[in-house]
Design a protein around this ligand. Structure first.
Ligand SMILES: [Zn+2]
Length: 473
């Protein structure tokens, strides 16, 4: 059904391709609260404002997905009504980038952190074009290629996948030696998909920094939470002050590629260019280089894993406890009109329902690119999570792995206790399927997964920049 939409409405179809879509319907069934929620819900809201969210949730929703019901433990007292968090909503950020840190300011929260560079002196002309996979013939990429070759990491000799997602790559999806996470559900031993400790949430936001990131940062500061931000290089060059604000607030900064492509479709050199330029822009803005990255769409196989490892990047995805139970809120799709905020909260309730039953912690996919996803996070998801009983421990990925924040950056990492890159233990090239299903039924599910054409994310981001962001500058 999604593929038909490609020709009809380009932008929503591309937005839909951001994540795994068909899991949402399957996730609704196991929601424990769904059975009890409703007008006679036994789960009493913890605050008066929560009843408003419950009321909205129990109203009929024309999603075709059946009854959507949930009960939130709490919401933000200043929450935007759920019905207003929708495609087409438009308002200025309430919290713009508040602080411009002086060049030379030294972070005191990281031992041996370099002083902050002057982010305002960045010249975009010194970087690749935004939202396109960078050229591979530049001196920078040639140097990074050499470093990968010298790393000692064996890069598996497997072909890139072709555009069209899982249905166009059935052989690759079934190839366990490739170990393709997005298509086939294979995890490698080094993949970070969860936090080890039960009831611990590795809090993450992808695709920024963006105009409403300041709203998110303000709320996180207010409730004293730290998160991991997976940064798109093309956004970092547009919003360096926001990136510095994230870093100086002691959030974890990590890589999310330069232009947000499906990484398994790229050549080795293109993968190196995507990761290399992302590392470089973050170092040029912050003075430090991340040691963690997240593949856009979760699109990673053993070739991509190995190149990332050779470049000192730890692959981090999000929690999946079965082919149809992925910890993806679906928040990215509100802006494109492909889902509703009510559906996202239903997804969220399914996630925390699952989170309380598994014997380990979890990582959830959320975004700070759009106002809608920021609003639903600060107004509904985070207040609900903070009021949850028993309580969740909410922290960045590096922290949930019981490592210090300094391990998140090459310049401050203690390589003896946290070896990264070529010296790391384990092998990204050794395929090992996790317990996740990867058989025919999983592929059947996967046939509905949308994987966008290369640079579709860039097209969306460019549309944002030209159509909305410019109004706020
Ligand atoms: Zn992303």
């Amino acid at each position: 059904m999604k593929f038909a939409a490609f020709s009809a409405i380009a932008l929503p179809a591309l937005v839909s391709a951001h994540g795994i879509r068909d899991v949402h319907h399957a996730r609704q069934a196991p929601v424990a609260a769904a059975a009890s929620a409703g007008t006679s819900s036994a789960a009493a809201p913890a605050s008066g404002t929560a009843s408003a969210a419950t009321g909205v949730a129990t109203a009929p929703v024309a999603s075709g997905a059946g009854s959507l019901t949930f009960t939130l433990a709490s919401t933000n007292p200043t929450a935007i009504p759920l019905t207003e968090i929708a495609s087409g909503m438009s308002s200025a950020p309430t919290v713009p980038a508040s602080t411009t840190f002086a060049s030379g300011t030294t972070p005191t929260f990281l031992p041996n952190a370099p002083p902050l560079p002057n982010a305002l002196s960045l010249n975009p002309a010194n970087y690749p074009a935004l939202d396109k996979t960078p050229p591979t013939d530049s001196p920078e990429v040639q140097q990074w290629k050499q470093e990968v070759a010298n790393s000692g990491v064996q890069i598996p000799d497997i072909a890139p996948t072709v555009a069209g997602g899982c249905p166009a790559n059935l052989e690759a999806a079934n190839d366990q030696s490739r170990c393709w996470w997005t298509c086939g559900g294979c995890s490698a031993p080094d993949d970070i998909e969860q936090c080890p400790d039960k009831m611990t949430w590795g809090l993450t936001y992808d695709d920024g920094p963006a105009p409403h990131t300041g709203d998110l940062l303000a709320y996180l500061d207010q409730v004293n939470l730290k998160a991991t931000f997976f940064i798109v290089g093309s956004r970092a060059i547009s919003y360096p002050a926001l990136l510095q604000e994230e870093y100086m607030a002691q959030h974890q900064i990590a890589v999310h590629t330069w232009s947000h492509p499906e990484m398994t479709t790229l050549t080795n050199d293109q993968i190196i260019a995507e990761l290399g330029w992302s590392k470089k822009i973050i170092k040029d803005v912050l003075g430090v280089t991340p040691t963690y990255w997240r593949p856009p769409y979760g699109d990673v196989d053993n070739r991509v894993r190995a190149i990332a490892k050779a470049m000192g990047l730890q692959t981090s995805i999000w929690t999946r406890i079965g082919p149809t139970a992925t910890f993806d809120t679906g928040d990215f799709d509100i802006a494109g009109g492909l889902t509703t905020s009510t559906q996202v909260l239903n997804n969220w309730e399914a996630i925390i329902g699952n989170a309380t039953t598994i014997d380990h912690g979890f990582i959830v996919l959320e975004h700070d690119l759009f106002q809608q996803s920021v609003d639903i996070a600060v107004d509904y998801i985070l207040p609900d999570a903070l009021a949850h009983q028993p309580p969740f421990k909410i922290e960045p990925i590096v922290s949930c792995l019981n490592k210090p924040l300094r391990d998140a950056y090459i310049e401050t990492n203690d390589n003896s206790s946290n070896p990264i890159g070529a010296n790391a233990t384990g092998s990204a090239s050794s395929a090992e399927a996790s317990g996740n299903s990867s058989g025919a039924s999983a592929n059947g599910k996967n046939s509905a997964m949308g994987i966008a054409a290369p640079n579709s994310m860039g097209a969306i981001a460019l549309a944002i920049v030209s159509g909305v962001v410019a109004l706020f500058l």
